[in-house]
Design a binder for this molecule. Structure first.
Ligand code: F6R
Length: 614
């Protein structure tokens, strides 16, 4: 969940590049930051609690400007509070080694005790400092940094991406290693760069080498040697990144979240349109493992995910049951991994994840595979652990999602699961080609409707609603059927970025308790679309109004819209895809409310993108 960068150059200076890289990675963790550089025969470190700006100010004296080798880190605290002392890089007792780390060292307490018995004094609360101290111990005087890192990692249990530099011996060498969290390298003439996320490398090169678990890499200006844990050379081919520096930026938008909300019509098109054959009435995946026999063999789907992706799983379950006639169950990955689920080889365990690095989701899918299920994934990051480990995967094409609150990834997940449900239904004969043609035509129609919904007019309307509701006591989000997960997502978005209390409920469940919350000053957002449940939702809405609650109605049902205090009309869509439309106004509502409450929208407190710890 932290961000790591490093660079070594034969000429010029690394500091500005390290800070640029940290800016690109700040969404991964932002409670403290630091850099270490090799300069004037020693290691110099600057660290600051708080945002990257504090570190930039601390570096403004220019003292480290000339360094040609350095590492940097932006932190999301796991061991110890986000103070300067706990910020990375950490050093050994002799101050010769500096090291940054993302992940968890599970046996750090026993290693720490061992080192303390030898007289080593620790200064931080972190597990990372143990690594720095051990590397220092194995380095000796004038030793080989890569050998010291390998010796250290041989003692360690846990998962990590690390980068280290040392002065004396290997003065112009960076060493990095991976076991779990991602790490990638970019080699350019006269320089070598490393980062925990390719987004930090695109400004240097689009040709990137992804390390595999167990790899240790040695970087020198213009070269990189990748080895295994015992020092044997391994080949890791460079991959050409599809993203460029522009995609990784915010453009003219004030926040990544707003940019990503507005990207959704294009994301939908990228995710869907190359995979559909409307004339033939077929869905075609280029990814392997989804051949007709494979799809036909699926008797049950176990969906696994966390957070927003879990709500996408709930939508997927509706699609799979409703369109393909396959039983589908959803669980929190963090719960599933600690129960004793019953799975069989005809079960497709399907993990949905934007990052593909969520620790609970990975563990849940591994367990499902151990229990005999086929392990599938819907994921947005091709190089992720999830994609590498899954038996079969489908990529969502949302592009880099940098706003911590997930938006466009959710839409791309719903579109992908729709395609999967249609493909499974077609393979099983639940859907005939004619029906599939209709369903694919519905998908085509969705893009212009979503684009229309995201017009300036809608945003202004939602901004006006936010103006009237940004300081209410709390929010209740209600939805039925496939819109129940959308209600959950609306509540999650709001609480994540505005810190207001918000709960999502199935509308029919309201009278079993939550109705006690309804009073003037409490806002209820009701998702109400045309369809067989419209009347029932309308009566839930009336129950709220009768108790003095304020209602914002989002949907296409004219009866409900007529009853509400505030309305956001949403174009009609096929029910299996309607969540794509009903979620967009909720994302904008959360955004506009957070804006009025002065919150840091792209970097909400306590959160980080990609939760790589339990
Ligand atoms: C919410 C959010 C999180 C993630 C969750 C899973 O806005 O971003 O709830 O959805 O942490 O992350 P991924 O999809 O990367 O597995």
């Amino acid at each position: 969940m932290c961000g790591i960068v490093g660079a070594v150059l034969s000429e010029g200076a690394v500091l500005e590049g390290l800070l640029d890289g940290l800016r690109a990675l700040e969404y991964r963790g932002y409670d403290s930051a630091g850099v270490a550089v090799g300069i004037e025969g020693g290691v110099s470190i600057r660290r600051q609690a708080g945002r990257l700006e504090s570190l930039e100010q601390a570096l403004a004296d220019g003292a480290l400007d000339g360094a040609r080798i350095g590492i940097g880190h932006t932190r999301w605290a796991t061991h110890g509070p986000p103070t300067e002392i706990n910020a990375h890089p950490h050093t050994d007792a002799g101050g010769r080694v500096a090291l940054v780390h993302n992940g968890i060292i599970e046996n750090y307490l026993e290693l720490r005790e061992e080192l303390c018995e030898e007289g080593v004094e620790f200064v931080s609360d972190t597990d990372t400092e143990v690594l720095a101290q051990l590397v220092g111990r194995y380095l000796g005087r004038g030793g080989d940094l890569a050998a010291a890192v390998r010796a250290t990692l041989a003692r360690v249990r846990g998962y990590y991406a690390i980068a280290a530099l040392a002065i004396d011996g290997d003065g112009d060498t960076l060493v990095c290693a991976r076991q779990g969290p991602p790490l990638c390298l970019g080699i350019v003439a006269g320089g070598a760069h490393l980062a925990s996320d390719p987004l930090a490398l695109v400004r240097h090169t689009r040709e990137v080498v992804f390390l595999e678990d167990g790899d240790v890499a040695v970087l020198r200006p213009g070269s990189c040697e990748v080895t295994d844990g015992s020092g044997g050379a391994v080949e890791r081919p460079a991959v050409l990144l599809e993203i460029d520096a522009e995609q990784a930026g915010r453009g003219s938008y004030p926040h990544f979240m707003l940019k990503e909300i507005h990207e959704q019509p294009d994301v939908l098109a990228r995710t869907a349109f190359d995979r559909i054959d409307e004339v033939g009435g077929e869905v075609r995946f280029v990814e392997e493992g989804w051949e007709v026999e494979r799809l036909r063999a699926i008797e049950r789907v176990q969906l696994l995910a966390c957070g927003t992706a879990r709500y996408a799983c709930q939508v997927a379950a509706f699609q799979l049951e409703g369109l393909a006639g396959v039983p589908a169950e959803v669980d929190y990955a963090s719960e599933f991994r600690y129960r004793s689920p019953c799975l069989s080889p005809d079960t497709l365990a399907l993990a949905i994840s934007q990052s593909g690095e969520t620790a609970d989701t990975l563990a849940a899918l591994r367990l499902a595979r151990e229990l005999g299920a086929r392990a599938g994934a819907i994921c947005n990051v091709p190089e992720s652990t999830l994609v590498r480990e899954a038996d079969c995967f489908l990529m969502t094409c949302a592009g880099p999602e940098i706003g911590v609150a997930s938006t466009k990834a959710f839409v791309s997940q719903i579109v992908t699961s729709y395609l999967l449900a249609v493909a499974v239904g077609r393979a099983r004969g639940t859907l005939d080609p004619e029906r599939v043609r209709g369903l694919l035509a519905d998908l085509r129609l969705l893009r212009p409707r979503l684009a229309q919904l995201l017009s300036r007019e809608t945003q202004e309307r939602i901004a006006a609603i936010a103006e009237r509701h940004h300081d209410v006591k709390g929010f209740l989000f209600l939805g039925r059927g496939i819109h129940y997960p959308v209600a959950l997502e609306g509540a999650l978005k709001l609480k994540e970025i505005s810190y207001m209390h918000a709960e999502g409920y199935p509308a029919g469940e309201m009278k079993h308790g939550p109705i006690a919350l309804i009073e003037p000053g409490m806002t209820t957002v009701v998702i109400a679309n045309k369809g067989p449940l419209a009347e029932k939702v309308r009566s839930n809405l009336e129950q709220v109004r009768a108790r003095g609650g304020q209602v914002i109605c989002v949907g296409s049902d004219p009866g409900s819209l007529a009853l509400a205090d505030e309305t956001i009309e949403v174009p009609q869509a096929t029910p299996w895809l309607a969540p794509v439309l009903s979620v967009a106004p909720l994302q904008l509502l959360a955004y506009e409310i957070a804006l009025r409450r002065g919150c840091d929208i792209d970097k909400p407190r306590n959160l980080a993108k990609s939760v790589t710890v339990e």
